[in-house]
Ligand binder design. Structure first.
Ligand code: PLP
Length: 407
């Protein structure tokens, strides 16, 4: 019998997600062979000993006997109301109604739905470089063209407004902002955010604001929700339980629509249509939303100067900065560091190979900067979730390993 060759769809041609790429497959192989591998590739708090907050688990367990049916496609009303209350407490956040909230199986699903509902062939979306690569991947899958605007390491990784301006074309439909940023840990200033909003205003761009790390802030950093600066523009704000509430495996997130909607009726109906076709998000996890947002599960203790996340951020940053030829912006938020390996010091042409070789040699899994759509092979991303001593040791091993790449 002649079997038809089943190749993957050409739609996936530009869909890349190196955070779980071929190096992870090798890490899994090493583990299967009995090696211990330190996986610093995903921002998954649970695997580094962060427990799920008790009240969230309890509410979810209690809900299970009554959570076996499909729910409203946008999510259960009590959870959407809890999301509304959350934003009512944010000074200057535009009015939100439960109908403006859509729950998803994590922010990931909502990003996918948004891009599928928005884009036609050739539509352009401005996305930061470096970025959380799902935004680029889902723009491509949706038929659009990702256009990367540069964030500037010498300016604390803030988006370069001139670069953004120069990349707007008549085809540009939306701009993605990831703040606090994965992978750089940058938290953007009011001036830069206002600049982005102004460019969106002048060019009639949709604002897509990924704020999943908005409560994971260090030192004096303040997060300014983009929607507060743009009440006159359509803005979709994305957030969820994975990071702040450390329950990434529950797959629970939301998007909130603010600003004028009349001109975007078709697009918003498209999101509703796609929400319906996936029937509904996982229902038990929706019951976790209200418990989480009631405020008892604060992350404050973890990000305070004596807190675990803060100490780990410090340990990672200090360790990286102490490697000759490595510089790193001190993360002001989120769960990552994004060090630069000076090309004058290190001879690296393929950062994916560097990650692979480091994994095989030292059994530590990182992700290469180009996996975040950074154009040059001179950055790495490190997750700052393990305990400080584990991070310090892993980074020391990185320093030793890198010495063989010195020019
Ligand atoms: N957005 C950013 C910036 C992220 O870093 C992540 C996960 O790491 C996500 C979205 C996806 O989150 P979720 O677990 O809610 O799908």
């Amino acid at each position: 019998m002649n079997r038809r060759i089943l190749d993957q769809s050409s739609k996936l041609k530009d869909v890349l997600y190196e955070i779980r790429g071929s190096a992870l497959a090798e890490a899994d192989r090493l583990e299967a062979d009995g090696h211990r591998v330190l996986k610093l590739n995903t921002g998954n708090p649970a695997i580094f000993g962060f427990e799920a907050p008790f009240q969230i688990v309890r509410d979810m367990i209690e809900s299970v006997p009554n959570a076996h049916g499909y729910s409203d496609s946008r999510g259960i009303l009590s959870a959407r109301r809890a999301v509304v209350s959350r934003y009512e407490e944010v000074p200057g956040f535009p009015h939100v109604d439960p109908d403006d909230v859509c729950l998803g199986n994590g922010v990931s699903e909502l990003i996918t739905m948004t891009m599928q509902a928005l884009l036609d062939e050739g539509d352009e979306v401005l996305i930061p470089a470096p970025d959380y690569p799902l935004w680029t991947a889902m723009t491509s899958l949706g038929g659009g063209k990702p256009v990367h605007y540069l964030c500037d390491a010498t300016q604390g990784w803030e988006p370069d407004l001139d670069d953004i301006r120069s990349k707007v074309t008549p085809q540009t439909k939306a701009i993605v902002v990831i703040n606090p940023n994965n992978p750089t840990g940058a938290v953007y200033s009011r001036e830069v955010l206002e600049g982005i909003v102004q460019i969106a205003r002048e060019n009639s761009l949709l604002l897509l604001s990924d704020e999943i790390y908005d409560r994971i802030l260090y030192d004096e950093a303040t997060h300014i929700p983009l929607a507060t600066l743009a009440p006159d523009l359509l803005c979709l704000t994305f957030n969820g339980l994975s990071k702040t509430y450390r329950v990434a495996g529950y797959r629970s997130g939301w998007l909130v629509i603010t600003g004028p909607k009349a001109h975007a009726k078709g697009f918003l109906e498209g999101i509703q249509l796609l929400a319906s076709t996936r029937l509904c998000p996982n229902v038990p996890a929706q019951f976790a939303v209200q418990a989480a947002l009631s405020g008892v599960q604060s992350i404050e203790a973890l990000i305070a100067p004596s807190g675990r996340l803060h100490e780990q951020r410090d340990a990672a940053w200090q360790g990286l900065e102490s490697i000759p030829g490595v510089t790193c912006h001190k993360p002001e938020g989120a769960l990552y560091a994004f060090p630069r390996l000076d090309p004058e010091v290190y001879d690296i042409h393929d950062d994916g190979k560097l990650v692979y070789d480091f994994l095989v040699a030292e059994h530590v899994l990182l992700v290469q900067g180009t996996g975040f759509n950074w154009p040059d092979p001179d950055h790495l991303r490190i997750v700052t979730l393990p305990e400080a001593r584990v991070l310090t040791e892993a980074i020391e091993r990185l320093g030793n390993f890198l010495s063989s790449y010195k020019q």
